[in-house]
Design a protein. Structure first.
Lengths: 295, 238
């Protein structure tokens, strides 16, 4: 029983990270039709932000805040330097642009910082665990779940209650009409990137807190999973991104926990087979985006 | 009547090989209603969208309130005192009625003034007030058109571009929409009215322009155009 509860916590904790990353991808895609392959590098940059501020003697909480800030700055810089000029280009051109941005950043990380993992030393208490009854719960996964919940709740409130949030939802439906109401396109797009940066930064925080190091490829694998999550949930659908992230995280943890060792090399294959099966049944994803009229 | 608030001169709009608008010139005078008529595909909407800054102007100029706005962003053009109710209404279906108005209220700097304007519009269009919390996508076609017009009015425009406001509506609703056009005209708002329903549009207009295949086929006094049976049969299908 306690084993199941622990695995459930692991599943939610990993799924929460995927959900945050998938949500960042989805919010940008829903507005500018960009599948941002460089999203992982935003997360990595956040990780390096944490590393550098700790190296310069920042207290841990301050370092984590700087990590999130760094991710936001990177997301905004990316939009300004690369994607703004490509606005309105077709999906493939945007995707290839994001590949280029991603490659440039990886090379920069390798050459200016290190091609190898650099350690992030956070307080030992963060990697310890605590007990509730018979169940031993890690502090890391707990932080991860709490951060994911705060991010999701904060984003929901922002989208529902603020005028800018309403404009973001309107932009996902019909960006041109939004501009025809005098809403500044650059501001809406920058906000979308800033939100994706906050979420990627938060993901970097929980990822580094649990793994204790940063390397140039840090963001690559989780964001790859987040891509799968957005497709599974329905490309451009925010609710779908969260659901997809949780499902992919749960599948991954379950396959690790319950598969016999002989099958463990096939873990990713099994997870992806499940995703393909789900897409065969629901080609538009689990929770398709509303504006289905636009392809 | 008086000075021109909108002057379009020799406007050309192309989409790749397609030459959608060819040398169109038209004027909306202060307080006037210019009807832009023509069959489906004649270039009416392309003209309006180019005026609003969301279609590239291949050549020609657009002047609004005496300023050359050719090539400006739609945000800048709208913020200079223009509003548009677009073809197909294009309300935000997943937002509530009130949220549609709030999004449009972004151009109003002062939050109190914005709330006041929203309240006034919901008084003017009571159905929107009653359904303020409903998703806009659940409104009927006529109600959606009211919302599209109300949303345009949030910015208190001096020039209103109304693109096919009566399209696809029940006859009773069409009458109501034209009543609103007259009310707005009487309030002093200058209007460019794009319509397929030539008969009604010519009744409210002070000036009319007929497009055919992207070019101006006729322009002038609405009554004269209404009487011109050859023109009507050739281009207006009315």
């Amino acid at each position: 029983m306690d084993f199941v509860v622990q695995q459930l916590i692991n599943a939610i904790s990993l799924g929460g990270v995927y959900a945050m990353l998938a949500l960042g991808l989805a919010i940008v895609f829903s507005i500018v039709r960009l599948i941002n392959f460089a999203h992982g590098d935003i997360m990595t940059f956040g990780g390096y932000g944490i590393f550098l501020s700790l190296a310069f003697g920042m207290p841990p909480l301050g370092a984590l805040a700087i990590g999130i800030g760094a991710a936001v700055v990177m997301a905004l810089a990316m939009e300004r330097a690369a994607f703004r000029a490509m606005r309105g280009a077709d999906v493939v051109a945007l995707l290839i642009t994001s590949f280029a941005v991603s490659e440039i950043l990886k090379v920069l990380f390798q050459n200016t910082i290190s091609p190898r993992p650099v350690p992030i030393s956070l307080p030992a208490a963060w990697s310890s665990s605590y007990r509730i009854g018979d169940v031993v719960i890690g502090v890391g996964p707990t932080i991860s779940i709490v951060v994911a919940l705060i991010s999701l709740a904060g984003l929901t409130l922002f989208l529902r209650r603020t005028t800018t949030g309403m404009a973001m939802r309107a932009a996902a439906e019909d960006f041109e009409m939004l501009r025809l109401l005098g809403v500044r396109a650059n501001r809406v797009v920058a906000t979308a990137f800033a939100i994706s940066g906050v979420l990627a930064g938060a993901a970097a925080v929980v990822w580094t807190a649990q793994r204790g190091s940063v390397d140039p490829m840090m963001g690559f694998f989780p964001v790859l999973k987040a891509f799968i999550a957005t497709v599974l949930g329905g490309l451009g659908s925010l609710g779908g991104a969260v659901l997809g992230g949780l499902v992919v995280g749960a599948l991954e943890v379950m396959t690790q926990a319950f598969l016999p060792d002989a099958l463990s090399p096939y873990r990713d294959a099994i997870v992806l087979a499940c995703v393909i099966a789900a897409l065969l049944l629901r080609p538009d994803g689990l929770l398709p985006a509303r504006s289905g009229a636009r392809s | 009547m008086g000075d021109a608030v909108l002057e379009v001169e020799e406007l050309d709009v192309r989409y790749g090989q397609v030459h959608a608008v060819r040398g169109v010139s038209l004027t909306v005078t202060q307080g006037g209603v210019t009807a832009l008529l023509g069959a489906n595909g004649a270039g009416k909407t392309s003209t309006v969208m180019a005026v609003a800054g969301v279609r590239p102007v291949a050549s020609g100029t657009v002047r609004i309130f005496g300023q050359d706005v050719t090539g400006r962003t739609p945000e800048d053009i709208i913020r200079s005192g223009v509003a548009i109710s677009a073809e197909g209404r294009r309300i935000f279906a997943s937002l509530s009625v009130e949220e549609n108005l709030k999004v449009a209220g972004n151009v109003v700097a002062n939050a109190d003034a914005e709330a006041e304007r929203r309240a006034k519009l919901m008084e003017r269009f009571p159905i929107l007030g009653q359904r303020r919390r409903q998703l806009a996508g659940l409104l009927s076609g006529g109600e959606q058109q009211m919302l599209a017009v109300a949303r345009a009015l949030m910015s208190a425009p001096r020039l209103l571009l109304l693109d096919e406001p009566s399209l696809g509506l029940a006859p009773q609703m069409v009458d109501r929409i034209f009543d609103i056009v007259e009310e707005l005209r009487d309030e002093g708002i200058s209007i460019l009215l794009v319509e397929q329903n030539a008969t009604l549009a010519l009744q409210v207009a002070s000036h009319a322009v007929v497009l055919a295949n992207g070019s101006v086929a006729a322009s002038g006094d609405p009554e004269a155009i209404a009487r011109d049976t050859v023109l009507r049969e050739a281009y207006l299908a009315a």
